[in-house]
Design a protein around this ligand. Structure first.
Ligand code: IMP
Ligand code: MG
Length: 420
């Protein structure tokens, strides 16, 4: 039993999203009943069009039912009884919804692009459902009034892992388009540096483009960078040499964050560092420890190869468990995550990073904020915690971020036409 439990828990649970898996299971039934794989070799079989219209109707009906279950869960949230919603019974790990999700309409929208209902051999997949959920979320945000704040993760979301935001990055005009509509922007990254220069080096394409744009200065100032998950805040400054100005902590920290003690921070990072060093030794890793003011991590030694996924995950799960079991780890929020070819433990997490952005811009609500990121698994992933602060979109590459921003623009234009 113990072994089985550990295999299920340690190796699987954190790599599954329960809501997505559950929806996938529901859609598997119409797929089994209505897809027509034999039509490929039986010339008189049902045409793709006939099949797909039946399958689409069935899939969409299920999405409508899930949408209603989520509405019921939201009603329970408002009444303070979310623990007793039917959705919670079906998916115990389900958390707070900041807005309803337009799952029915989003399914049709994605089906028209991905031809999910036309498939005879490949059932609705994890990625299909992830993208339907993203569309459902942005549909709801756009229809529910102006999208006030969008926060972006950096690596994998805006640029490839470890790269920079170069001037030719297609996300740049799309972010400027959002800003021209008055939407505030936060870059909420784990990358933790104390100097503006380092962030300029990573983000210069966007910062230079914003500086050169003809947006009014008040609009330009609607961009901030939160680094180290929730440890450093820089605002756009058109007269600063690096186009970013450090905001002193006292001007942006939330009240709860003021309670984080320096002694606790040091103690937590010491424990994390000892665990990382232990893992390096035990697993013979070609790694270097990096200790910073608010973080500790391991990175490959110069010229070293890529760590395996298993090694990175093992390292994260060990350090996370040790910290969770330590008294200081219960007092102080932290985030241990697999950064692709490194492992970092940061003080705080992205829920605090997003909350800080919301506060900086005068108190924006979670239901008017969207965080876009690539790391939404429940352990070893750092965007996951943003779900505590706002609505989210889970993308898998910078190209998907661009597509999501285009979707927002397209839905926005539709909405404008409707309300005119
Ligand atoms: P994100 O995807 O924008 O959140 O950036 C994560 C990456 O930033 C990590 O994988 C690291 O390579 C890098 N990084 C640099 N400094 C830090 C730090 O202090 N904490 C965590 N990650 C860091
Ligand atoms: Mg990332």
């Amino acid at each position: 039993m113990t072994t089985r439990y550990r295999v299920e828990y340690a190796l699987k649970t954190h790599r599954r999203d329960q809501l997505i898996e559950w929806i996938k299971g529901l859609l598997a039934v119409p797929f089994v009943l209505h897809s027509q794989p034999t039509a490929v070799f039986e010339p008189n079989g049902q045409s793709v069009d006939q099949m797909s219209s039946v399958a689409q109707r069935r899939y969409a009906e299920i999405m409508r039912d899930v949408e209603e279950l989520i509405n019921d869960h939201i009603a329970h949230q408002k009444a303070g009884t979310h623990e007793r919603s039917k959705l919670k019974l079906l998916i115990p790990s389900v958390a707070t919804f900041f807005t309803p999700l337009m799952l029915h309409d989003a399914f049709i929208w994605q089906d028209n692009r991905r031809f999910i209902s036309s498939r005879r051999f490949v059932p609705p997949s994890f990625n299909d459902i992830r993208l339907v959920l993203n569309t459902a979320q942005v549909m709801s945000l756009v229809r529910g009034g102006p999208l006030e704040l969008v926060t972006f993760d950096g690596d994998v979301t805006l640029y490839d892992d470890g790269q920079c935001l170069h001037p030719e990055n297609p996300a740049i005009p799309r972010i400027l388009r959002l800003m021209a509509n008055g939407t505030k922007i936060g870059i909420v990254t784990a990358a933790g540096y104390t100097e503006a220069r380092r962030y300029y080096e990573r983000l210069y394409g966007l910062l230079d483009a914003l500086q050169a744009s003809d947006l009014p200065l008040t609009y330009k100032q609607n961009l901030i960078v939160i680094g180290g998950e929730s440890n450093y805040c820089f605002k756009f400054g058109s007269d600063s040499p690096d186009l970013l100005k450090l905001v002193p902590r006292k001007d942006w920290l939330l009240d709860e964050m003021l309670l984080w003690q320096e002694a606790d921070i040091t103690e937590l990072l010491d424990i994390a560092e000892a665990s990382l060093r232990d893992t390096i030794k035990n697993m013979r890793l070609d790694a270097t420890v990096v200790r910073k003011e608010r973080a500790v991590g391991i990175i490959p030694q110069p010229g070293a190869h890529k760590f395996s996924r298993e090694t990175l995950e093992e390292t994260v799960l060990i350090v996370q468990k040790i910290l969770e079991m330590s008294p200081v780890g219960r007092r102080l929020p932290f985030c241990a995550f697999n950064g692709g070819n490194d492992v970092f433990v940061d003080i705080g997490d992205k829920s605090w990073g997003v909350l800080a952005c919301q506060r900086f811009f005068g108190g924006i609500e979670g239901g008017k904020t969207l965080h876009v990121g690539d790391q939404f698994l429940s352990a070893g992933a750092n965007d996951f915690k943003a779900r505590l602060a706002c609505t989210t979109a889970w993308i898998a590459s910078p190209v998907e971020t661009q597509q999501l921003l285009d979707e927002i623009a397209e839905l926005d234009a539709l909405q404008q036409r409707k309300t005119r």
